[in-house]
Design a protein around this ligand. Structure first.
Ligand code: SAM
Length: 276
């Protein structure tokens, strides 16, 4: 990036005012050969030309304008500024993730968690990923951790990539995918480990997670928490709901993943649950 920025500025300073050149994005995210560029409103009239220059200097096929992630399926809806093909394969930690960057979220800030999950999984244990996405967290568990994985993803579009990624990473023997709402998953008392990689409303899914869990299990519970309620939350609510359902909960570990909104953090707590 140290060499890239001056080159981009040099090219565009022939076409844009000095003031606009100062507003050019200094940071961006590259996923496979697709770039996500945060672009200020002032640059709107020049967005296609700017994207073209970034694409050529950095060497990517497509440039998207960074936008919001939202809705039940946590979908992105990024505007295409340059190129047309938004599907790519991103390689990280030895895992191949195929996805449509314009539609499916892939957060660079979650990389530590994807790497950590590769290490916590144990060979032979059964992991249920209740919010699998394209296999963000559970592919590392199947590939590196040699765990058996049941991956549940509700969005039909995201599910197609999950299925492809299981094949791309050659873990068909250990990993099975379901295109259903996790509340309709029929397995009870089966999981040694559960992934709850979701935000905002994750607590609503705790009773279902407990019914999927064995009498003793580990749950990686994600949620978004207002800073003023930390560090008691989100564990306090988790334990409360667990007790209502006949489980005791013990906090093993807690990590902040990223800032979600002003004053709100995305947190993950590793919880050991056991039947009382
Ligand atoms: N767990 C990954 C991570 O942390 O990087 C990806 C998480 S992604 C934000 C959450 C996924 O859960 C989305 O793909 C969404 O479609 C899916 N999802 C939301 N509600 C669901 C439900 N009730 N059952 C199954 N999947 C669901």
């Amino acid at each position: 990036t140290q060499l890239i920025k001056p080159r981009i500025r040099k090219i565009l300073s022939r076409e844009l005012s000095q003031e606009l050149v100062e507003m050019l994005p200094k940071h961006w995210v590259q996923i496979g050969d697709v770039l996500i560029l945060p672009l200020r409103q002032e640059l709107e009239p020049y967005k296609h030309r700017i994207a073209e220059v970034y694409a050529q200097v950095i060497g990517v096929k497509t440039v998207l304008r960074k936008g919001r992630i939202g809705g039940e399926f946590r979908e992105t809806n990024y505007e295409v500024l340059y190129g047309s093909d938004t599907v790519t394969v991103h390689v990280e930690n030895g895992i191949r993730y195929k996805l449509d960057v314009a539609k499916v979220m892939f957060s660079p800030a979650n990389v530590k968690e994807r790497v950590r999950m590769a290490k916590v999984a144990k060979p032979g244990e059964l992991v249920v990923d209740m919010f699998a996405g394209i296999g963000h967290l559970s592919l590392p568990m199947a590939v590196h951790g040699k765990a058996r994985v049941i991956a549940i993803e509700k969005s039909p579009y995201t599910f197609q990539f999950l299925v492809e990624n299981i094949e791309l990473n050659r873990v068909q023997g250990r990993m099975t995918a379901y295109n259903i709402d996790n509340r309709d998953f029929p397995g009870e008392n089966v999981a040694d480990r559960i992934l709850m990689g979701y935000v905002v409303t994750t607590h609503e899914f705790i009773p279902k997670a407990l019914s999927i869990a064995k009498d003793e299990a580990v749950i990686h519970y994600h949620n978004t928490v207002p800073e003023r309620l930390m560090p008691e939350e989100p564990f306090r609510t988790f334990r409360e709901i667990a007790r209502e359902h006949g489980y005791e909960a013990e906090k093993l570990n807690e990590l902040v993943i990223k800032r979600y909104a002003p004053g709100v953090w995305h947190v993950v707590v590793d919880v050991r649950v056991f039947k009382r």
